[in-house]
Design a protein around this ligand. Sequence first.
Ligand SMILES: NC(=O)c1ccc[n+]([C@@H]2O[C@H](COP(=O)([O-])OP(=O)(O)OC[C@H]3O[C@@H](n4cnc5c(N)ncnc54)[C@H](OP(=O)(O)O)[C@@H]3O)[C@@H](O)[C@H]2O)c1
Length: 256
Amino acid sequence: MRVLVTGAGGMQGRQVMLEYQRRGAEVVYPTHDELDISDYRQVNAATAKVRPDIVINCAAYTNVDNAEVEKEKAFLTNGLGPRNLALACREYAATLVHISTDYIFNGQAGHPYRIYDTPCPLNVYGASKLFGEAAVRETGGKYFIVRTSWLFGPGGKNFVDTILTLAGQKDELQVVSDQHSSPTYTADLAAALAHLAASKVYGTYHTTNSGITSWYGLAKKIVASAGLSEQSNPVRQKTFPGPPPGRHFQHWILFR
Ligand SMILES: NC(=O)c1ccc[n+]([C@@H]2O[C@H](COP(=O)([O-])OP(=O)(O)OC[C@H]3O[C@@H](n4cnc5c(N)ncnc54)[C@H](OP(=O)(O)O)[C@@H]3O)[C@@H](O)[C@H]2O)c1
């Protein structure tokens, strides 16, 4: 089996590459510099050359705050990128596994999100990811759209590393306690993606680790697990001054 992993220099991409290597697949894993998914010609040429059975799209514009000012860039990568991949996969009969996000919802449902809940993104990042989902669906090839949340793992900018760094610098941390979700370990998600791709049961999925917590709950767990003694204090999101529009409003996001 041949697998093409896009965005392989990122946090999730690296784990997907390792997961498929572990499974004995032939894995081609270009970084952003080697394959820009927003360029159709590059995507088509790479797919024609590799002739993958499966393409896992881990490439994305993930800076949620910057997306508010770099809208074009966010839509190029998160919207047109998946469309380019879906078109190439259709042409070369490959299956596309595309990763999406909880940010396509507004976070106000008050219950765990189901795949049939209506998306309503509140920021550019969420809107660009939702456009990417629609582009994959309308292309009509074999696809999985896998929405996930709060990723953490080695080799990426994530909440676990941030808290460990801050805990080394401060005696007390103030952490938001009114946003909830399911933190998801990138290695677990990589295994789930490979499992799903093998199933051939195409469609849209919500895939996270189990359990629900807040940023505050997660921070407490991280500090305790690392054997540190910092005090974490719960605060409401609105006590943080001046967040830009569209930021930090995923009040209750959970996937099953
Ligand atoms: N992180 C989370 O908490 C989270 C939660 C839910 C869903 N997701 C989704 O999970 C997926 C993986 O996220 P991640 O956390 O692994 O992100 P990441 O660490 O930021 O990795 C994304 C990778 O994509 C690359 N990239 C950006 N634009 C590209 C382009 N036009 N063509 C090719 N590569 C490009 C980036 O390279 P450069 O850095 O060089 O630009 C980076 O290596 C994304 O679809 C994201 O939306 C993430």
